[in-house]
Design a protein. Structure first.
Length: 385
């Protein structure tokens, strides 16, 4: 490397990371900049971490302050986010949560079940300094079982800022249908808590399915809500006894469903059926969907060695592992959002070789931009990251 290039590389290496929320806390950010000058050669992060593990200039962090059992296989985690987290999220949005397991940061997305803090005029956002997520332990699921049964209060987690388009407008529509099943109730719980707080429960029909009554998350709170608000009508279907909800018979359960704005979240089968029913009624624009999982049905390809060009790392991977997982496993900071093919936050350029879409099996050529969360190597390939 020439002397000039070496100098340039050094400048790039020591560039301070962008701080999430710096624009909202300019005073704090200025203080950090001063601290960065006086703490060189260590980054202020090193000192901040010693003072309080929740303080970081590089990343959002949170501390699990409570783990509360909801049902036999689900739990609510109360998390106190550290500096930089913005509490003005919208009900229905999700966060990324990263947990250090076996020396590796594992990331998943979880809908916020808490209600955003109420704005206090002139002083920014209120003092609700915690958020909650509610996790159902998936049989054979790696992180969810750990979050439900293995996380101790005090654990430090990494966080990705709230995002997502599955949100309620403010003010909310006069008549709403919530269609949920299993853990799909979580984003709707944030909506219900927010509507109750804003006094905007006018006419809500809520159809929820769970295997049995005791599997219904937030059961007592939902019952209390129905008791307190005549405009909220909850109908719980116990699928183990009554079978699954048949959306072609929706007229019977909610006669005016066509006139309502509908938010639906649950297993893929339910959401696929909802899409069909709403679009054949010509009202697809009144249906808002949130999917928790993407079906990766494509037949396996070849796998190969993936090179992450700008990070200078490479890793051998199989045909079923997403490029995002492969990169994170190799220590590359992969951009991400939903981790399931919806938000496009993970898109990078494919420099060389081919990759395969895990959902459809279609192959992408060099020069195209690909979603790393739903693509796998199809032979050796190189990514521009
Ligand atoms: C936007 C968004 C919001 C989410 N919100 C919540 C939430 O509030 N509460 C919650 O419990 N989960 C939520 N999830 C799902 C969550 O991110 C994880 O996918 C889930 O907890 C399983 O993770 P795991 O590590 O245990 O399973 P993994 O080890 O990743 O997967 C194990 C197996 O289960 C399958 N699988 C994974 N997730 C699902 C699923 N949801 N349905 C069916 N099969 C699945 C996988 O394909 C795999 O075969 C959300 C997902 C998204 C994208
Ligand atoms: S992370 Fe959302 S599309 Fe890949």
């Amino acid at each position: 490397m020439s002397k000039k290039n070496a100098l340039t590389a050094k400048v790039v290496d020591t560039k301070r990371p962008t701080v999430v929320g710096a624009d909202k806390h300019p005073g704090w950010h200025a203080l950090r900049k001063v601290a960065a000058r006086i703490t060189t050669p260590l980054l202020p992060d090193d000192y901040l971490h010693l003072a309080n593990p929740l303080w970081s200039a590089r990343e959002l962090r949170g501390r699990v302050v409570e783990v509360r059992r909801e049902t036999e296989d689900s739990a609510t985690l109360v998390i106190k986010p550290g500096w930089g987290f913005s509490f003005d999220y919208q009900p229905g949005q999700y966060i990324g949560i990263g947990l250090l397991v076996d020396g590796r940061w594992r990331w998943r997305s979880y809908s916020l079940t808490s209600s955003p803090a109420a704005p206090i005029s002139g002083s920014g956002w209120g003092r609700a300094r915690t958020v909650t997520i509610t996790v159902k332990a998936m049989p054979e699921g790696f992180l969810s079982t750990h979050l439900v049964a293995g996380v101790e209060p005090g654990t430090i987690v990494r966080l990705a800022a709230p995002q997502g388009n599955f949100v309620l407008p403010d003010p909310a529509p006069q008549s709403i249908l919530f269609l949920t099943a299993g853990s799909g109730i979580t984003p709707v719980m944030s909506m219900l808590r927010t509507l109750a707080r804003r006094n905007q429960i006018h006419d809500i029909a809520h159809l929820h399915s769970a295997p049995t009554e005791s599997d219904v998350m937030f059961r007592a709170e939902l019952a209390a809500l129905a008791e307190d608000h005549p405009g909220y009508r909850l109908s719980v279907r116990q699928t183990r006894v009554e079978g699954r909800l048949d959306l072609s018979r929706l007229d019977w359960a909610v006669p005016d469903w066509c006139e309502r704005q509908t938010w639906a979240c649950g297993p893929e089968g339910l959401l696929n059926q909802a899409e069909k029913v709403w679009s054949s009624a010509g009202i697809g624009d009144r249906l808002h969907l949130e999917r928790f999982a993407v079906s990766k049905a494509a037949p396996a390809g070849a796998g190969g060695t993936v090179t992450f060009v700008r990070s200078g790392k490479s890793v051998a991977t199989d045909a079923a592992t997403s490029l995002m997982d492969a990169g994170e496993g190799a220590g590359v900071q992969m951009p991400f959002g939903c981790r399931m093919g919806i938000c496009q936050s993970c898109v990078v350029s494919l420099v060389e070789g081919h990759v395969r879409d895990l959902r459809t099996g279609s192959e992408h050529d060099p020069g195209t931009r690909i979603q790393t969360c739903v693509s796998a190597a199809s032979g050796d390939c190189a990514l521009d990251i």
